[in-house]
Design a protein around this ligand. Structure first.
Ligand SMILES: C[S@@+](CC[C@H](N)C(=O)[O-])C[C@H]1O[C@@H](n2cnc3c(N)ncnc32)[C@H](O)[C@@H]1O
Length: 270
């Protein structure tokens, strides 16, 4: 970010996340840097390779455990019922999938779709919620090309993942495609706190403490520098709602959590 500029990207820099701007000059946001769009996916895979083993521990530590509450609220808003088929895009180590398994029961199905083998392996290897983990179908692939047929799922969700997908709108289009008519989509993602004072503390914490903790506890300062940067370059809640509407999701609503540190978007396919 150039000196003197707000660490939260302006509208123009956030728009660099939209597919049409990426395809214009084949460059993509990577935190505050611009990289070749063709290299972003590889870079993201390397990023999650470097954090996979400590991912859950670091999430809990850095968010003081609040991410579990956000995830629980998000899955609750999907209104899953017994027997539903659910897709967890960018599912990582499976927190959202586990919550979905509990909601859909043994008659339901939950597929976790992620590009990174190390993240899925870390999730599979955990010795918590072992029953629920066994019910998850792990599928490796790119969210820009989801390897399921049209209209397969009653609900599709993505948690803290779409920010990393090079062509974000293509990822949402794929989620829309695999969703059954009448189905529901949920996106949980970081965003910009609304209260300026709270945001000042949050900025201080995430731009300084987080990279340091990442270095000391996870052995990677770079990954935990990239994380807060990428959050600040991502579309704001109303901008993301507009993107979802353009893609074809209907009745798009969103709910801010913890003053807007995270936001849940819900959309429907009719
Ligand atoms: C921050 S983690 C979130 C994991 C999990 N959803 C959670 O909330 O804890 C982001 C995940 O997105 C995955 N991911 C990033 N880009 C992807 C892509 N293009 N296609 C599929 N998965 C992707 C990463 O491998 C990683 O596991």
């Amino acid at each position: 970010m150039p000196p003197g500029q707000d660490i939260w990207g302006d509208k123009r820099s956030r728009e660099a996340h939209y597919d049409q701007f990426i395809d214009l000059d084949n460059t993509a946001n990577y935190g505050y840097s611009k990289i070749d769009a063709d290299e972003k996916t590889e870079q993201v895979v390397r990023h999650f390779n470097s954090v996979a083993r400590q991912y859950d521990f670091m999430n809990t530590l850095l968010s003081f455990g609040i991410h579990y509450l956000w995830k629980r609220t998000a899955v609750k808003l999907l209104g899953l019922i017994a027997g539903d088929r659910v897709l967890d895009v960018c599912g990582g180590t499976g927190d959202l999938s586990i919550l979905a398994v509990r909601a859909v029961g043994p008659a339901g199905q939950v597929a976790l779709f992620d590009i990174n083998r190390a993240m899925m392996d870390a999730g599979r290897a955990k010795n918590t919620n072992t029953g629920a983990r066994r019910q998850i179908q792990f599928v490796q692939g790119n969210a820009e090309q989801i390897s399921f047929p049209d209209e397969t799922f009653d609900a599709v969700m993505v948690g803290f993942g779409i920010r990393n997908v090079t062509h974000m709108e293509q990822g949402f289009r794929e989620m829309h495609r695999v969703l059954k008519k009448g189905g529901k989509m949920m996106c949980l993602e970081f965003s910009k706190p609304t209260n300026p004072l709270f945001r000042w503390f949050y900025d201080l914490y995430s731009m300084h403490a987080m990279p340091l903790l990442g270095q000391v506890l996870a052995g990677t300062r770079q990954a935990y520098t990239h994380l807060p940067e990428s959050i600040r370059m991502f579309p704001l809640a109303d901008e993301l709602a507009a993107v979802l509407g353009r893609i074809g999701f209907e009745d798009v609503t969103y709910r801010r959590l913890t003053n807007g540190i995270a936001v849940i978007h819900i959309g429907h396919r009719s």
